[in-house]
Design a protein around this ligand. Structure first.
Ligand SMILES: [Zn+2]
Ligand SMILES: [Zn+2]
Length: 124
């Protein structure tokens, strides 16, 4: 594998997608090519497996240095980026489901309306 091959495979390098043989080819190139190795270290400072534990990233509880590491990985790893987006969408959906109904969205009842109901009841 050459540098072009490396770059072509990098967005697929994610363990979720690439076959073990291809992962080995990519790693073999990184082992002999300093410029790709430098790039690789930046992008894969965390592994795809660590990205799977991205709850803290979503919750913004990570220190900025660690967030930057995640972001560098997402910049090259399409699979993890998709995973992040799916995860976020799921979190949003369950958050919406847990949210109590907003009271201030109820139409306000005017005093006149209440009076007219009470009036009708008395007549009723
Ligand atoms: Zn290279
Ligand atoms: Zn990944």
């Amino acid at each position: 594998m050459n540098c072009d091959g490396y770059m072509a495979h990098i967005s697929d390098f994610c363990e979720r997608k690439l076959s073990p043989e291809k992962v080995r080819e990519v790693e073999a190139h990184v082992a002999v090519c300093p410029s790709c190795a430098a790039f690789h270290r930046t992008a894969f400072e965390i592994t795809c497996r660590e990205v799977a534990e991205l709850y803290e990233y979503i919750e913004n509880t990570l220190p900025p240095e660690k967030r930057a590491i995640f972001e560098r990985h997402f910049a090259v790893c399409i699979e993890c980026k998709n995973y992040l987006e799916t995860y976020r969408a799921t979190m949003r959906m369950s958050a919406d489901a847990l949210k109590p109904p907003a009271n201030d969205e109820l139409p306000s009842v005017s005093e006149d309306f209440v009076r007219s109901i009470l009036h009708r009841r008395r007549q009723g």
